[in-house]
Design a binder for this molecule. Structure first.
Ligand code: SF4
Ligand code: SF4
Length: 486
């Protein structure tokens, strides 16, 4: 056994929190959470007051009744997980390695059309987030292009047993014919090679019909509906080009969707904007009145470009309060062994449970690519049809030079501020697309929402700790939930 008698220690990088009366720590270097016992708290209390010599720590522990062997073992373990850092070693932030450049694809997002039958006032197809350069580009993907994209995905997904196709728009169901053809083709092609293809789509629900719903059910297509909430909220921004609201059109269709689609959860995705921040009220309506299985919320962080939909400080406070209230309800359900539909908690918790430690914020450019209606490849669906971000074509494959450049700049280790942030295992700098819109650089850290990310991560850590103490079996449900963020 090596005894480092002359070493002086300082506290390593950690985020401490308490849950249900117990002390916990989250270790960014490992992306892992641990419960403290009294001995660890005693050591940390000493080193947090200033650097401490190894032998003094052993002395303190043995004075409390621990054997010298156990004290050495405890200090060794604390060094290994980097709760303790030797003072004479310059601490390097542990930054996870990037996957290899030829990382096999897992998923494609097909932008089946860039056209939409609604004109929502905040939509990135029309609003501040728009980066596409659509002039002269196809408006609808052809079935041939979609089939070639499926072939490309299966070829590029070497070694994978299952691949995933997401259908996205514009309004996806404006090209339902292609969707149907593509699912049938991909099922057959995947089966030829003993693999499986799974599907999802995002829709505004205005064009849903019972035959479409039955097709989605029969093929286990996961459905996410973009919706803002009850009628007054939905009709405030999710409107037709005539200015008419869309709530009355979608309500009966949603009820039919939820009644007939039994093979996958039906999810609502709510965009929170200025004036639309009643998180709890929206949740109640979508869960109890409409019947969605899961509801996720995406706040639009403040913009300073003249648009009126970004959330200001007061708006963000309202959203945080709503998130806090709903997450408390989520926790009470979990302690009774019941699932709650507030998916922002479920998704973050799944990442924590599976020990996520990201090199990149999401799968964009890595296991996932977007495909434009014309077949251009892009890091994800939000970059499609933007010339600057083209990353190859389904006919010619991935432009590996551009992919490597995108991934190198987007790696968490390239973002100075993130390297010392305890939330980096989950955040890794945040959405590349949002970074491009805010900072004109896909590899920039999204510094405008760090406070929000850290507060939210801290909240879910505390939920995690409370369940770990009071109903640990419940956490097993989250081990396999991890998915790609979008
Ligand atoms: S963007 Fe902000 S919250 Fe996210 S990892 Fe970087 S510093 Fe942390
Ligand atoms: S997080 Fe941003 S960059 Fe990543 S897939 Fe989603 S929209 Fe694209």
């Amino acid at each position: 056994m090596t005894v480092l008698l002359d070493h002086r220690y300082r506290a390593g990088e950690m985020h401490r929190f308490d849950a249900s009366g117990a002390d916990f720590v989250y270790l960014p270097a490992a992306g892992a959470m641990f419960a403290f016992d009294e001995a660890i708290v005693a050591v940390l209390t000493l080193v947090e007051q200033g650097t401490v010599v190894h032998s003094d720590l052993v002395k303190a522990l043995t004075a409390d009744g621990m054997s010298a062997v156990d004290a050495e073992g405890l200090l060794r373990e604390m060094r290994m997980v980097r709760l303790l850092e030797a003072e004479n070693i310059v601490a390097q932030p542990a930054i996870v390695d990037a996957p290899p450049a030829d990382y096999p694809l897992q998923a494609l997002v097909l932008n089946v059309t860039n056209q939409c039958n609604l004109a929502c006032t905040y939509c990135y197809e029309f609003g501040a987030d728009k980066i596409s350069t659509q002039t002269g580009k196809p408006k609808y993907m052809t079935p041939e292009t979609a089939r070639t994209a499926v072939d490309f995905l299966l070829d590029s997904a070497k070694g994978r047993k299952a691949v995933h196709v997401t259908f996205f728009g514009g309004e996806t169901l404006m090209n339902f014919r292609l969707l149907k053809d593509t699912v049938e083709y991909a099922n057959a092609r995947a089966a030829e090679t003993g693999r499986r293809c799974t599907y999802s789509l995002t829709t505004n629900a205005t064009l849903l019909t019972d035959p479409i719903i039955d097709f989605l059910n029969d093929n286990a297509v996961g459905v996410t509906v973009s919706i803002d909430g009850p009628k007054d909220m939905q009709d405030s921004r999710r409107i037709y080009k005539s200015g008419k609201g869309s709530y009355d059109v979608i309500e009966p269709r949603l009820k039919s969707l939820i009644a007939r689609h039994k093979t996958r959860a039906v999810t609502a995705r709510v965009t929170l904007t200025a004036g639309n921040t009643d998180v709890v009220g929206i949740y109640r309506h979508l869960k109890d009145v409409i019947g969605f299985h899961e509801i996720g919320f995406a706040p639009v962080t403040t913009t300073d470009d003249g648009h009126d939909f970004g959330l200001n400080g007061d708006g963000m406070s309202d959203v945080l309060q709503g998130f806090h209230d709903l997450s408390e309800e989520w926790l009470q359900y979990a302690l009774r062994g019941q699932m709650h539909g507030f998916s922002n908690v479920s998704e973050t918790l799944s990442e924590l449970v599976s020990g996520t430690n990201k090199s990149h914020p999401c799968g964009a450019g890595l296991g996932l690519l977007g495909v434009s209606p014309g077949g251009d490849l892009a890091p994800c669906h939000r970059f499609t049809d933007a010339d600057e971000h083209v990353m190859g074509h389904i006919d010619t494959g991935i432009d590996q030079e551009k992919r490597t450049d995108f991934l190198t700049r987007g790696h968490v280790g390239s973002k100075y501020e993130c390297t010392s942030c305890w939330a980096r295992p989950l955040c890794a700098g945040g959405c590349h697309h949002e970074a491009f819109v805010r900072y004109n650089d896909t590899g920039h850290a999204n510094l405008h929402y760090c406070d929000w990310i850290r507060q939210w991560t801290d909240r879910v850590l505390s939920i995690y700790g409370t369940i770990a103490v009071r109903n640990p079996e419940f956490l097993d449900r989250f081990a396999d939930r991890k998915g790609m963020s979008s």
